[in-house]
Design a protein around this ligand. Sequence first.
Ligand code: DGT
Ligand code: CA
Ligand code: CA
Ligand code: ZN
Length: 580
Amino acid sequence: MTNAEIAAVFREIAALLEIDGADTFRVRSYQRVADSLESLGENVADIYARGELQKIPGVGKSTAKKISELLDTGVVAAHQELRAKFPETLLEMLSISGFGPRKVALVYNELGIKSVEELEEAAEEGRLRELQGFGAKSEENLLRSIALYRQGQKRTLLGSALPRAQELVKLLQARDDVLQVSIAGSLRRGRETIGDMDILATSTDAAGVCEFFAGLPQFSEVIAHGETKVSARFEDNLQVDLRAVEPESFGAALQYFTGSQAHNIELRERAQKRDLTINEYGVFRVMEQDERGEKVAGETEEGVYEAVGLPWIPPELREARGEIEAAEAGRLPELITLDDIRGDCQMHSEWSDGHTSIAEMATACRERGYEYCVITDHSVSLGVAGGLTPEQVQAEAAEIAELNEKLRAEGIDFRVFHGTEVDILADGSLDYDDDVLAAVDFVIVAIHQGFSRDEQRIMKRLRAALENPHVDCVAHPTGRLINTREAYAVNLAELIDLAAEHDVALEINAFPERLDLDDVHCRLARDRGVDIMINTDAHDPAHLDYMQFGVTTARRGWLEAKDVVNTRSAGEFEQWLHRK
Ligand code: DGT
Ligand code: CA
Ligand code: CA
Ligand code: ZN
């Protein structure tokens, strides 16, 4: 059980107690334990093993007993009893931003509201304003918060949707009656989250393909099943739309259903100026009166763009962010591809919280066609992740030197660089002294603690870190976790300026929950001349495959290979490391 999981139990106990009307002092004591556990530098289980639970700040005799109970049995009886006192759906209301335990207790006790659905209904009907502290304005805010919460619930991560879509495409392609298949919609544009999955196919037997698709065991429910369209749902509620279209319209349909809607609107306006009209069936000439005009394109997507005087535009750019003007001017970027990546520069080994040895990570990187990798285990303060002491950093360096020696002896052209993912501490100092930082090849800095500080404090920490001449890159610059955790209060425009000033790279962390920097800010950073790195932050060899999501984000940020540090050869990368 991780510290975060234990902390979550204590936070829930505090919330339930507050809903139950317990005194503030008691509630606060559980919150304090949760806070304390979250910022602890060591595994609670280890502290428990040493019999030192009560040395944790805020932990007294009774909470220590609950922690040990939790670690021994997986549950806390007092927690279970509290839970049993209330409807199961009650706690979901706590996920609504601005809706704390006190408000939950109020609506439950006064109006018998037991769930987010009932809460929404009451707000819509204006029934909350009769309660102390509520008004029309707060009902309105609450409805917006509920909508936001639902949005976060509904959108699926790119990293979760794409593999499933690729599998469906493969199954369709394997059929003799299927001619062409493509992913469309936001998934084809590579957005970080997907509302629903869109797939297009052409076939000699559309109804047969729909029949086959609707019967696939991947789905938990078929919502609609027609001759040319199927809508179905996966277990996690992600919806898929399959559309079977005519071969002569495939390009037009693909263009239309790839979107974005904003891009399509711009494209249609352009067509109108040329007396053309674009729809999902093709590009047509506009005739006098209501006469149907001649079809000038539709079979291929290239043809659709060509008909309006443009080169084909990569789907990742189709967001109405200047791509049509760039295409017109012949200035579309030559977007980076996965093949351009020659090394992965953030990953963890079992020296800290990674799952495998350095040698295994290196082998896995070689298997992916890379020339080099950088091992960046955590620094000492991040005890939860097994951060390394300065002595361990030295020992790790020796192991890496030995491994490189061995690779050379075997005639294998692969380099392992020694890096460190150093915590930026609360006061802006780094978690190692300069002599430790000077001894490693690569220094990537990160904020892992003190997320709730205000912008001034966060920026002060980042500024101090970037001013250190040993620092090469900032890991996951905003700290956000998509759908679950907001970014800390970073001023990205200022961080980008600092990175440019101090010649520090910014990372696109390719982990599906992170994709941090996002597309918009990575483009902004590139425009200001900041180096970008795309790293997986792998804790396991399998995570190395996340690189594709980072590359997709970079493409959405208009990046070319030359903008990304780890497209360079091992030799060039080594030179870059010595740029300061
Ligand atoms: P999503 O699913 O929310 O992540 O985003 P999309 O872009 O996949 O949107 P979706 O699934 O509603 O529709 C797929 C594409 O079809 C969309 O990007 C553009 C096109 N499309 C759908 N409805 C309309 C519409 O009413 N007008 C226009 N111009 N295009 C539409
Ligand atoms: Ca979609
Ligand atoms: Ca759709
Ligand atoms: Zn990290």
